[in-house]
Write a protein that binds this ligand. Sequence first.
Ligand SMILES: *Cc1c(COP(=O)(O)O)cnc(C)c1O
Length: 395
Amino acid sequence: MRKAGRHFLQIPGPSTVPDRILRAIDMPTIDHRGPLFAEVGRRALDGLKTIFKTQGHVFIFPASGTGAWEAALVNTLSPGDRVLMYETGHFATLWNELAERIGLQPELMESDWRGGADPDRIEQRLREDTAHEIKAVCVVHNETSTGSVSPVAEIRRAINATVHPALFMVDTISSLASIDYRHDEWGVDVTVGGSQKGLMLPPGLSFNAVSDKAMAASKAAGLQRSYWDWTAMAGANGKGYFPYTPATNMLYGLNEAIEMLHEEGLDNVFARHARHGKATRIAVSNWGLEVLCNRQGHESGVLTAVMMPEGHSADAFRAATLEHFDLSLGNGLSKVADKVFRIGHLGDFNDLTLMATLSGVEMGLAMAGVPHQTGGAQAAMEHLKQTAAGSIAAE
Ligand SMILES: *Cc1c(COP(=O)(O)O)cnc(C)c1O
Protein backbone atom coordinates (compact mmCIF):
# COMPACT_ATOMS: atom_id res chain seq x y z
CA MET A 1 0.00 0.00 0.00
CA ARG A 2 1.25 3.47 -0.83
CA LYS A 3 2.41 5.49 2.15
CA ALA A 4 1.64 9.20 1.87
CA GLY A 5 4.27 11.80 2.75
CA ARG A 6 8.03 11.46 2.95
CA HIS A 7 9.71 8.43 4.44
CA PHE A 8 11.68 9.36 7.57
CA LEU A 9 15.13 7.84 7.07
CA GLN A 10 16.51 8.53 10.55
CA ILE A 11 19.23 5.91 10.57
CA PRO A 12 22.76 7.29 11.08
CA GLY A 13 23.59 6.94 7.45
CA PRO A 14 22.71 6.81 4.68
CA SER A 15 21.06 10.13 5.50
CA THR A 16 18.27 11.76 3.54
CA VAL A 17 19.49 13.19 0.23
CA PRO A 18 18.19 16.75 -0.26
CA ASP A 19 16.28 17.55 -3.48
CA ARG A 20 18.96 20.00 -4.54
CA ILE A 21 21.55 17.22 -4.62
CA LEU A 22 19.18 14.81 -6.38
CA ARG A 23 18.66 17.46 -9.07
CA ALA A 24 22.40 18.05 -9.39
CA ILE A 25 22.94 14.32 -9.98
CA ASP A 26 20.10 14.19 -12.54
CA MET A 27 22.29 15.31 -15.46
CA PRO A 28 23.66 13.61 -18.57
CA THR A 29 26.77 11.53 -17.91
CA ILE A 30 29.69 13.01 -19.85
CA ASP A 31 32.98 11.69 -21.24
CA HIS A 32 35.21 11.31 -18.21
CA ARG A 33 38.26 11.81 -20.44
CA GLY A 34 36.78 14.78 -22.33
CA PRO A 35 37.51 18.49 -21.79
CA LEU A 36 34.27 19.21 -19.86
CA PHE A 37 35.04 16.64 -17.19
CA ALA A 38 38.28 18.18 -15.92
CA GLU A 39 36.32 21.08 -14.42
CA VAL A 40 33.98 18.66 -12.57
CA GLY A 41 36.91 16.62 -11.27
CA ARG A 42 38.97 19.63 -10.21
CA ARG A 43 36.07 21.20 -8.36
CA ALA A 44 35.42 17.98 -6.45
CA LEU A 45 39.08 17.40 -5.55
CA ASP A 46 39.68 21.02 -4.50
CA GLY A 47 36.31 21.33 -2.76
CA LEU A 48 36.92 18.25 -0.61
CA LYS A 49 40.11 19.81 0.74
CA THR A 50 37.99 22.57 2.31
CA ILE A 51 35.85 19.90 4.03
CA PHE A 52 38.77 17.81 5.34
CA LYS A 53 40.67 21.08 6.04
CA THR A 54 43.82 19.98 4.28
CA GLN A 55 46.26 21.34 1.71
CA GLY A 56 47.36 17.79 0.87
CA HIS A 57 46.01 15.12 -1.46
CA VAL A 58 42.42 13.91 -1.20
CA PHE A 59 41.61 10.77 -3.19
CA ILE A 60 38.10 9.85 -4.33
CA PHE A 61 37.12 6.20 -4.83
CA PRO A 62 33.90 4.93 -6.41
CA ALA A 63 33.34 2.69 -3.38
CA SER A 64 31.58 2.49 -0.04
CA GLY A 65 33.47 3.62 3.06
CA THR A 66 34.87 0.12 3.53
CA GLY A 67 36.89 0.57 0.33
CA ALA A 68 38.54 3.71 1.69
CA TRP A 69 39.38 1.85 4.93
CA GLU A 70 41.22 -0.74 2.84
CA ALA A 71 42.86 1.95 0.68
CA ALA A 72 44.26 3.69 3.78
CA LEU A 73 45.97 0.49 4.95
CA VAL A 74 47.19 -1.06 1.67
CA ASN A 75 48.80 2.19 0.51
CA THR A 76 50.86 2.75 3.64
CA LEU A 77 51.71 -0.60 5.27
CA SER A 78 53.54 -3.87 4.61
CA PRO A 79 52.56 -7.50 5.27
CA GLY A 80 52.81 -8.37 8.97
CA ASP A 81 52.95 -4.77 10.17
CA ARG A 82 51.49 -4.19 13.62
CA VAL A 83 48.58 -1.76 13.80
CA LEU A 84 46.97 -0.40 16.98
CA MET A 85 43.17 -0.28 16.74
CA TYR A 86 40.82 1.09 19.41
CA GLU A 87 37.55 -0.79 19.92
CA THR A 88 35.09 2.09 20.18
CA GLY A 89 32.33 -0.15 18.78
CA HIS A 90 31.19 -2.20 15.80
CA PHE A 91 32.84 -0.09 13.08
CA ALA A 92 36.24 -0.09 14.80
CA THR A 93 35.91 -3.89 15.06
CA LEU A 94 35.18 -4.19 11.33
CA TRP A 95 38.23 -2.09 10.43
CA ASN A 96 40.29 -4.33 12.72
CA GLU A 97 38.99 -7.47 10.95
CA LEU A 98 39.73 -5.95 7.55
CA ALA A 99 43.31 -5.22 8.66
CA GLU A 100 43.74 -8.84 9.73
CA ARG A 101 42.33 -10.19 6.45
CA ILE A 102 44.76 -8.20 4.31
CA GLY A 103 47.78 -9.54 6.18
CA LEU A 104 48.43 -7.00 8.93
CA GLN A 105 48.77 -7.80 12.63
CA PRO A 106 46.20 -5.57 14.29
CA GLU A 107 45.99 -5.24 18.06
CA LEU A 108 42.56 -4.20 19.32
CA MET A 109 42.36 -2.15 22.53
CA GLU A 110 39.13 -3.36 24.06
CA SER A 111 36.52 -1.04 25.56
CA ASP A 112 32.97 -1.08 26.90
CA TRP A 113 31.50 0.65 23.78
CA ARG A 114 30.28 3.56 25.95
CA GLY A 115 32.76 6.26 24.95
CA GLY A 116 35.34 7.36 22.40
CA ALA A 117 38.99 6.32 22.34
CA ASP A 118 41.06 7.15 25.44
CA PRO A 119 44.24 9.13 24.57
CA ASP A 120 45.97 8.03 27.80
CA ARG A 121 45.62 4.33 26.98
CA ILE A 122 47.00 4.91 23.47
CA GLU A 123 49.90 6.92 24.89
CA GLN A 124 50.71 4.19 27.41
CA ARG A 125 50.67 1.44 24.75
CA LEU A 126 52.95 3.43 22.44
CA ARG A 127 55.39 4.07 25.32
CA GLU A 128 55.62 0.30 25.88
CA ASP A 129 56.44 -0.18 22.18
CA THR A 130 60.07 0.91 22.49
CA ALA A 131 61.04 -1.08 19.37
CA HIS A 132 58.49 0.91 17.30
CA GLU A 133 56.81 -2.23 15.98
CA ILE A 134 53.45 -0.47 15.77
CA LYS A 135 53.28 1.18 12.35
CA ALA A 136 49.87 2.84 12.60
CA VAL A 137 47.28 3.95 15.15
CA CYS A 138 43.71 3.72 13.83
CA VAL A 139 40.77 5.46 15.50
CA VAL A 140 37.11 5.97 14.57
CA HIS A 141 36.15 9.64 15.08
CA ASN A 142 32.38 9.20 15.35
CA GLU A 143 31.57 5.57 16.26
CA THR A 144 28.26 5.14 14.46
CA SER A 145 27.28 1.99 16.37
CA THR A 146 27.38 3.73 19.76
CA GLY A 147 27.11 7.51 19.27
CA SER A 148 30.49 8.28 20.85
CA VAL A 149 33.12 10.72 19.56
CA SER A 150 36.87 10.19 19.99
CA PRO A 151 38.99 13.26 20.87
CA VAL A 152 41.22 13.25 17.75
CA ALA A 153 43.32 16.33 18.62
CA GLU A 154 44.05 14.92 22.09
CA ILE A 155 45.06 11.56 20.63
CA ARG A 156 47.49 13.37 18.31
CA ARG A 157 48.97 15.17 21.34
CA ALA A 158 49.28 11.83 23.15
CA ILE A 159 51.11 10.27 20.18
CA ASN A 160 53.41 13.31 19.94
CA ALA A 161 54.20 13.06 23.64
CA THR A 162 55.65 9.57 23.06
CA VAL A 163 57.66 10.67 19.99
CA HIS A 164 56.49 7.40 18.39
CA PRO A 165 56.72 7.39 14.56
CA ALA A 166 53.46 5.46 13.89
CA LEU A 167 51.08 6.84 11.28
CA PHE A 168 47.79 8.19 12.64
CA MET A 169 44.65 7.16 10.73
CA VAL A 170 41.13 8.35 11.48
CA ASP A 171 37.76 7.11 10.17
CA THR A 172 35.47 10.13 9.69
CA ILE A 173 32.90 8.30 7.58
CA SER A 174 30.03 9.44 9.82
CA SER A 175 31.55 12.66 11.21
CA LEU A 176 32.82 14.48 8.14
CA ALA A 177 30.71 17.62 7.55
CA SER A 178 28.79 17.05 10.81
CA ILE A 179 31.40 17.31 13.59
CA ASP A 180 34.41 19.66 13.60
CA TYR A 181 37.37 17.97 11.90
CA ARG A 182 40.80 19.32 10.88
CA HIS A 183 43.05 16.90 8.99
CA ASP A 184 46.14 19.16 8.78
CA GLU A 185 45.87 20.98 12.10
CA TRP A 186 45.35 17.73 14.01
CA GLY A 187 48.25 16.05 12.24
CA VAL A 188 46.29 13.09 10.88
CA ASP A 189 48.13 11.03 8.26
CA VAL A 190 45.18 9.33 6.58
CA THR A 191 41.57 10.40 7.04
CA VAL A 192 38.91 8.04 5.71
CA GLY A 193 35.56 9.54 4.65
CA GLY A 194 32.35 8.51 2.91
CA SER A 195 29.56 10.17 0.93
CA GLN A 196 26.33 8.94 2.49
CA LYS A 197 26.34 10.47 5.95
CA GLY A 198 27.19 14.11 6.72
CA LEU A 199 27.85 14.87 3.05
CA MET A 200 24.16 14.17 2.29
CA LEU A 201 24.94 12.15 -0.85
CA PRO A 202 23.74 8.68 -1.79
CA PRO A 203 26.11 5.82 -0.90
CA GLY A 204 28.88 5.18 -3.42
CA LEU A 205 31.86 7.49 -2.89
CA SER A 206 34.62 7.33 -0.32
CA PHE A 207 37.77 9.30 0.37
CA ASN A 208 41.33 9.31 1.68
CA ALA A 209 42.87 12.60 2.80
CA VAL A 210 46.61 12.02 2.95
CA SER A 211 49.53 13.74 4.70
CA ASP A 212 53.03 14.09 3.18
CA LYS A 213 54.25 11.52 5.71
CA ALA A 214 51.64 9.00 4.52
CA MET A 215 52.46 9.74 0.84
CA ALA A 216 56.11 9.04 1.63
CA ALA A 217 55.16 5.81 3.46
CA SER A 218 53.23 4.69 0.36
CA LYS A 219 56.44 4.61 -1.68
CA ALA A 220 57.88 1.91 0.60
CA ALA A 221 54.65 0.09 1.55
CA GLY A 222 54.70 -3.59 0.57
CA LEU A 223 51.01 -4.59 0.64
CA GLN A 224 49.57 -5.45 -2.81
CA ARG A 225 47.28 -2.84 -4.30
CA SER A 226 45.94 -1.88 -7.69
CA TYR A 227 42.44 -0.38 -7.63
CA TRP A 228 43.25 1.59 -4.46
CA ASP A 229 46.70 2.77 -5.52
CA TRP A 230 47.29 6.42 -4.61
CA THR A 231 50.17 6.89 -7.06
CA ALA A 232 48.06 6.26 -10.16
CA MET A 233 45.29 8.44 -8.67
CA ALA A 234 47.63 11.34 -7.89
CA GLY A 235 48.96 11.30 -11.44
CA ALA A 236 45.55 11.54 -13.12
CA ASN A 237 44.07 13.86 -10.46
CA GLY A 238 46.67 16.51 -11.23
CA LYS A 239 44.67 17.43 -14.34
CA GLY A 240 41.22 16.74 -12.84
CA TYR A 241 40.95 13.18 -14.18
CA PHE A 242 40.92 9.65 -12.74
CA PRO A 243 42.82 6.49 -13.72
CA TYR A 244 39.54 4.58 -14.27
CA THR A 245 35.92 5.60 -14.76
CA PRO A 246 34.85 7.81 -11.85
CA ALA A 247 31.26 7.98 -10.54
CA THR A 248 30.59 11.05 -12.72
CA ASN A 249 27.05 11.77 -11.55
CA MET A 250 27.99 11.35 -7.91
CA LEU A 251 30.69 13.97 -8.45
CA TYR A 252 28.02 16.42 -9.67
CA GLY A 253 26.23 15.72 -6.40
CA LEU A 254 29.42 16.07 -4.38
CA ASN A 255 30.12 19.51 -5.86
CA GLU A 256 26.58 20.60 -4.98
CA ALA A 257 26.92 19.24 -1.42
CA ILE A 258 30.18 21.12 -0.86
CA GLU A 259 28.54 24.32 -2.10
CA MET A 260 25.56 23.81 0.24
CA LEU A 261 27.85 23.21 3.24
CA HIS A 262 29.74 26.44 2.59
CA GLU A 263 26.52 28.41 2.04
CA GLU A 264 25.41 27.39 5.53
CA GLY A 265 28.95 27.70 6.94
CA LEU A 266 30.77 24.66 8.33
CA ASP A 267 30.75 26.04 11.89
CA ASN A 268 26.99 26.50 11.68
CA VAL A 269 26.63 22.95 10.38
CA PHE A 270 28.63 21.64 13.37
CA ALA A 271 26.63 23.75 15.85
CA ARG A 272 23.35 22.54 14.33
CA HIS A 273 24.34 18.90 14.80
CA ALA A 274 25.54 19.48 18.37
CA ARG A 275 22.29 21.24 19.30
CA HIS A 276 20.15 18.44 17.85
CA GLY A 277 22.24 15.87 19.72
CA LYS A 278 21.66 17.74 22.96
CA ALA A 279 17.90 18.04 22.36
CA THR A 280 17.73 14.30 21.62
CA ARG A 281 19.55 13.39 24.85
CA ILE A 282 17.11 15.62 26.76
CA ALA A 283 14.24 13.67 25.19
CA VAL A 284 15.84 10.32 26.10
CA SER A 285 16.40 11.24 29.74
CA ASN A 286 12.85 12.55 30.01
CA TRP A 287 11.56 9.22 28.69
CA GLY A 288 13.44 7.68 31.60
CA LEU A 289 15.74 5.81 29.20
CA GLU A 290 19.53 5.72 29.04
CA VAL A 291 21.92 6.93 26.33
CA LEU A 292 24.59 4.32 25.47
CA CYS A 293 27.45 6.88 25.50
CA ASN A 294 28.15 7.67 29.15
CA ARG A 295 31.50 9.44 28.77
CA GLN A 296 30.96 13.16 29.31
CA GLY A 297 32.05 15.25 26.34
CA HIS A 298 32.07 12.25 23.97
CA GLU A 299 28.35 12.41 23.08
CA SER A 300 27.67 12.56 19.34
CA GLY A 301 25.77 15.25 17.45
CA VAL A 302 25.29 12.78 14.57
CA LEU A 303 23.29 10.05 16.28
CA THR A 304 22.07 8.94 19.68
CA ALA A 305 22.05 5.26 20.67
CA VAL A 306 19.33 4.55 23.24
CA MET A 307 19.38 1.51 25.56
CA MET A 308 16.17 -0.52 25.78
CA PRO A 309 14.80 -1.43 29.20
CA GLU A 310 15.73 -5.02 30.21
CA GLY A 311 13.52 -7.62 28.54
CA HIS A 312 12.34 -5.40 25.68
CA SER A 313 13.37 -5.79 22.05
CA ALA A 314 14.79 -2.77 20.25
CA ASP A 315 14.06 -4.41 16.90
CA ALA A 316 10.39 -5.00 17.74
CA PHE A 317 10.16 -1.34 18.72
CA ARG A 318 11.83 -0.24 15.47
CA ALA A 319 9.43 -2.43 13.48
CA ALA A 320 6.55 -0.54 15.16
CA THR A 321 7.88 2.92 14.24
CA LEU A 322 8.38 1.77 10.65
CA GLU A 323 4.94 0.23 10.37
CA HIS A 324 2.95 3.00 12.01
CA PHE A 325 4.93 6.13 11.16
CA ASP A 326 7.13 5.21 8.17
CA LEU A 327 10.10 6.07 10.40
CA SER A 328 13.32 4.05 10.00
CA LEU A 329 15.55 4.05 13.09
CA GLY A 330 19.01 2.47 13.27
CA ASN A 331 19.41 -1.02 14.71
CA GLY A 332 21.84 -2.20 17.36
CA LEU A 333 24.93 -3.83 15.82
CA SER A 334 26.69 -7.03 16.96
CA LYS A 335 27.33 -6.76 20.75
CA VAL A 336 24.33 -4.48 21.26
CA ALA A 337 21.99 -6.08 18.68
CA ASP A 338 18.35 -5.74 19.75
CA LYS A 339 19.54 -3.96 22.94
CA VAL A 340 19.80 -0.43 21.53
CA PHE A 341 18.17 1.61 18.80
CA ARG A 342 19.86 4.56 17.14
CA ILE A 343 18.31 7.91 16.26
CA GLY A 344 20.12 9.56 13.36
CA HIS A 345 20.09 13.39 13.45
CA LEU A 346 22.58 14.17 10.72
CA GLY A 347 22.87 15.68 7.29
CA ASP A 348 20.03 17.70 5.78
CA PHE A 349 18.11 17.97 9.03
CA ASN A 350 16.33 20.77 10.92
CA ASP A 351 14.35 21.40 14.12
CA LEU A 352 11.10 20.10 12.69
CA THR A 353 12.76 16.97 11.28
CA LEU A 354 13.98 16.33 14.82
CA MET A 355 10.58 16.99 16.39
CA ALA A 356 8.85 14.67 13.91
CA THR A 357 11.47 11.99 14.61
CA LEU A 358 11.23 12.29 18.40
CA SER A 359 7.41 12.29 18.21
CA GLY A 360 7.61 9.08 16.18
CA VAL A 361 9.93 7.53 18.77
CA GLU A 362 7.70 8.53 21.68
CA MET A 363 4.55 7.21 20.00
CA GLY A 364 6.41 4.06 18.97
CA LEU A 365 7.54 3.39 22.56
CA ALA A 366 3.89 3.47 23.62
CA MET A 367 2.68 1.27 20.75
CA ALA A 368 5.42 -1.33 21.33
CA GLY A 369 4.64 -1.43 25.07
CA VAL A 370 8.08 -0.17 26.14
CA PRO A 371 7.99 1.26 29.68
CA HIS A 372 8.77 4.97 29.57
CA GLN A 373 7.58 8.37 30.76
CA THR A 374 5.81 10.62 28.28
CA GLY A 375 7.05 14.15 27.68
CA GLY A 376 10.49 13.51 26.17
CA ALA A 377 9.56 15.09 22.84
CA GLN A 378 8.02 18.02 24.73
CA ALA A 379 11.23 18.54 26.71
CA ALA A 380 13.28 18.50 23.50
CA MET A 381 10.92 21.08 22.03
CA GLU A 382 11.49 23.36 25.03
CA HIS A 383 15.24 23.10 24.48
CA LEU A 384 14.87 23.91 20.77
CA LYS A 385 12.67 26.92 21.59
CA GLN A 386 15.14 28.25 24.13
CA THR A 387 18.16 27.80 21.89
CA ALA A 388 16.66 28.78 18.50
CA ALA A 389 18.73 31.45 16.71
CA GLY A 390 17.08 34.83 17.26
CA SER A 391 14.74 33.57 20.00
CA ILE A 392 14.23 35.84 22.99
CA ALA A 393 15.42 33.07 25.31
CA ALA A 394 18.66 32.62 23.37
CA GLU A 395 19.57 36.32 23.47
C1 LIG B 1 29.09 3.75 7.76
C2 LIG B 1 30.39 3.60 8.39
C3 LIG B 1 31.38 2.76 7.88
C4 LIG B 1 31.14 1.82 6.74
O1 LIG B 1 30.92 2.48 5.56
P1 LIG B 1 30.28 1.71 4.32
O2 LIG B 1 29.99 2.83 3.38
O3 LIG B 1 29.08 0.99 4.82
O4 LIG B 1 31.31 0.78 3.78
C5 LIG B 1 32.60 2.74 8.51
N1 LIG B 1 32.87 3.49 9.57
C6 LIG B 1 31.94 4.30 10.10
C7 LIG B 1 32.28 5.12 11.31
C8 LIG B 1 30.68 4.38 9.54
O5 LIG B 1 29.76 5.18 10.07
